[in-house]
Design a protein around this ligand. Structure first.
Ligand code: URA
Length: 245
């Protein structure tokens, strides 16, 4: 988190309104690096050790979050009319500049990574890093071995040929089928367009993995949690592999 006024930091952390936190500060209930600070306009940063009534306040500047994006929410930092994924997080994540890595369509659910590490995000999105993304798709008709093979060969779309993708059919029926699809590129409406090219409409799409990161099954739609350190390290090594920076 960038430098900011102490009262604003406490509001951002959800401690209370501007008036409430100013009272806490004036009542000497807040210390910064061991000193009581009574001026609410004092500037602090994520490196300062801030305590409220001796309770440590977590002002970390680096945040890495896994979200189970619900359908109906935009993958954007802000929007004047529609709800965005940033609106689903406590204000502290916005304050420290946590941003989505890539995007999911408004009606797509599932794993969305957000991070304050812009360099990591940039690398994970580089086409030559070819990070695999796994989606579960429900489509409006049967899926056959010919479809699996077409995905494996790379589906021809109007403006480009998709890279080879893996498809595992989970259930196939005349009216509706379900499959897991692994793709290593992330063009606009990629998975939906690949199915359309095979005459199938995607009814529901959920991302279940992003590189080494697997969607935590305990997260309800709209739920999120910070990454475990092994998950973050796995992403860093995925971003470091294959291709120069
Ligand atoms: N492919 C799509 O068509 N939509 C998404 O949201 C992600 C991948």
């Amino acid at each position: 988190m960038n430098d900011m006024r102490l009262d604003k930091m406490l509001v951002t952390l959800g401690i209370g309104s501007r008036t409430q936190v100013q009272k806490l500060i004036r009542d000497r209930r807040v210390t910064v690096n061991g000193q009581a600070v009574i001026d609410p306009s004092t500037h602090v940063s994520g490196d300062d050790r801030i305590l409220l009534d001796n309770d440590f306040l977590d002002c970390r500047t680096e945040r890495h979050v896994m979200m189970n994006k619900p359908a109906g929410v935009l993958t954007a930092a802000q929007d004047r009319k529609q709800k965005t994924i940033i609106d689903l997080l406590p204000p502290v994540y916005k304050a420290c500049g946590c941003m989505p890595v890539g995007r999911l369509d408004k009606d797509t659910e599932g794993l969305l990574l957000l991070t304050t590490d812009g360099q990591l995000a940039h690398k994970l999105l580089m086409p030559r890093k070819a990070i695999w993304k796994v989606y579960r798709a429900d489509v409006d008709g049967p899926l056959s071995a010919a479809d699996v093979n077409a995905f494996k060969q790379g589906v021809e779309l109007s403006d480009f040929k998709a890279l080879p993708a893996d498809m595992t059919v989970i259930s196939a029926d005349k009216l509706q089928s379900t499959a897991l699809i692994s793709v290593c590129e992330g063009k606009f409406h990629q998975v939906k367009r690949m199915f359309l090219a095979r005459g199938r409409k995607v009814l529901q799409l959920k991302r279940v993995a992003f590189g080494p990161l697997i969607l935590d099954g305990s997260l309800a739609p709209g739920g999120f949690r910070e990454l475990e350190s092994f998950e973050y390290r796995a992403l860093v090594s995925a971003a470091a592999g294959e291709g120069d920076d």
